[in-house]
Design a protein around this ligand. Sequence first.
Ligand code: IVH
Length: 834
Amino acid sequence: MPDPAAAARAAKLRARIEDANHRYYVLDDPSIPDAEYDALMRELEALEAEHPELASDDSPTRTVGTRPDGGFPEVRHAIPMLSLANAFETAGVPEDADDRTRYAEVADFERRIEQRLGVSAPVFSVEPKLDGLAISLRYEDGVFVQGATRGDGASGENVTANLRQVRAVPLKLRIGKSPPPAVLEVRGEIYMPRKAFADWNANALERNEKLLANPRNGAAGSLRQLDPAVTRRRPLAFFAYGVGEVVGLELPDTHSQTLQLLRGFGFPVASEVDTAVGLDGLLAYFRRIGELRDTLPYDIDGVVYKLDDYDQQREMGFVSRAPRWALAHKFPAQEQATVLRAIEVQVGRTGAITPVARLEPVQVAGVTVTNATLHNADQIARLDVREGDTVIVRRAGDVIPEIVRVIEERRTVGAAPWTMPSQCPVCGSQLVREEGAAAWRCSGGLACAAQRKEAARHFASRRAMDIEGLGDRQAEALVEFGFVHSPADLYALTVEDLVRMKAALDAATAADLAEAVADSRGALLLDPRGQALLADDAYEWKNAAFLRRHLAVDLSGKLATRWAENLVAAIAASKATTLPRFLFALGIPHLGETTAKSLAQWLGSLDFIRSTPAVLLQALPDIGAEVGRSIATFFEQPGNAAVVDALLAAGIVFADESPPSAALRERLGLAHLLEALPVDKLGGKSAERLADIYVTLDALLRANASGWTGAGLSSAGAENLAAYLADVEALADLRAADVAMRRLLDAAPAQAARAQGPLDGKSVVLTGTLDSMTRDEAGERLEALGARVAGSVSKKTHLVVAGENAGSKLAKAQELGIETWDEAQLLAFLAKHA
Ligand code: IVH
């Protein structure tokens, strides 16, 4: 009489396992982590062993994988493709228990073999257990004729066309002169190398495409593509680990020799494959590969032990779905399920925002994981991860743990989709996202504590404020040791501050170096001033106190003080600067040196630049919508505005401020304001007509929609404009832009006062190496003659100056038929206009 409770539990387990099989093998979309699947399977096996009346031939414990689902033609395997029995670490045993207790299942496996064969310490072939997809490759008369997946073990899917695209699968056997075997089936694993997987995902992330959940999934999904051209683009590889049907070829006596033979035929075999003797040999191999696991170029989920001698294999035979002569010894799983407590955002040193998952702590591959990366907002949307969800966390090698999918079946009711916060968690500035970009960023560049180091480093750098003696490391150290919070603090530094900072930096460097020396041995090291030391010399240095003394001799006395005095003077000297340098130094995203110069030329003063709204900035040449928005948003953040004010209060002055350019009159006006509005059916032509008739914004606003149609706007356009202006904020923005515009136009001189240069209005690109001057110098001289120097060649470029070894820019100029000069022509021109 079957036990009804056990029968019900068995039915439930089978249903869950079958569902998981279908998701894993057919849909390539696993629902539960492997570790959980293994646990269900083991519970069912134990139940069936205890209640033999419950066992049935179609139980998932007796079958392998799942039947093919019809996407590809079916192939019957001449010799079934079997599975392996699994061994895990004994549950609940402490880590320091002896190996035989910890790995009791492996010990049992080895003992059963010794007893049944009556031998002691048999020889095994020991192999990494590759985490990919099992396939069988059939060669007839030495030629690849058919490739199939494992399917349910008896028949699989015919994926020959796709396998032909995998470079590691030989299309012919390498045999030399001897006749090829009539039939040779080679079995092995298709997998995606780790690096290829990471590159693939990095690329997908950039292009906003779906990420592969893990290398195994990537391999399976790629092989089951209906279009072989798609498979071809996927970076797949193959390792052979056995044979199926063999006709017309005498196999050697052992499995390890067969693997050698396969190598000779041209099949890749994992180089970690080895032989081992007895239980001690097996466990030593398990440990060795376990240590290598993170450094291997492919994912493995354990090792496989196979009795090496074919006669001994035959004697051991099979049970239901697996041979008694082989065992898969599994490592701790790299994927685990856990609960996502919260999604928080982190700010990087450049302001990039990364969402981070805070997790219910979970052990993954031997490490407790509490945080995982979610990459970016798109990835969160793609995975549809919500706070409170049960998720699968993956940690492979030394990569940051990541969330690969959600177990939707376990979602609690009421869990809401996640949305990006609107403000930076560190400084409260607005978070912004550029059109088409995956990343959000904090717009509080100068005021955000997370970005302080980067802000100070960039501010002091040569192309920005050019503070001599303040290198990247020192600029960052000033922030690290609390002497500087924002670039404005630089101007309050004293000689004593700098001497103290230098001492702190040297002590930290000495400690770092001592640590590096301690774990070097034979390596080349750099001393704190960047000089190479051989490790042999470095042993002399290994005492941190000695190092500190060594450095102190140099720097605590006169040298440090002189350095600090020079630096204070250099900082003071940097106060007299130019507007473009200062703008560039602020580190506004997308504001490069060219844009900084152009802004300064058009708007003339910092006062105008910082108060001009994005719609007006966009009207300037070289400033697109994105750059305009970035500049305006930067200055709108109260934190940034405070730092800019502090810098001015510290005495920064510009030698080159001027009124706005007279040419602004051609670019700005009511028509421009109207055209820039995001209003449908209000294009350039109708904006101009409205501007001609109303002249001022006030007059336009006093009229109503019917007035606008009378002035030539279509009724749809008028309706849209009225609806847009009904929004209080939109209307306020428009009025503010109008005020700013009139302020600019009032300040601009009526006539273009600028002297005419020979290169006025011309866009020039410099490329390659010049002999007689640097590219920067050449650029400055060309700018003095009216040119605008740009970084890349486009249809709008007028001239390309190409020095030695000019590359793609010169080629592009030639392709576009743009005038090009060599250095001699440049020099002749400069001489003529000197
Ligand atoms: S031998 C009868 N060797 O593990 C023996 N399998 O759980 C059949 N696998 O379907 C397999 N590395 O996908 C063997 N070195 C290896 C392996 C390996 C990975 C996979 C293979 C197989 C599964 C069995």
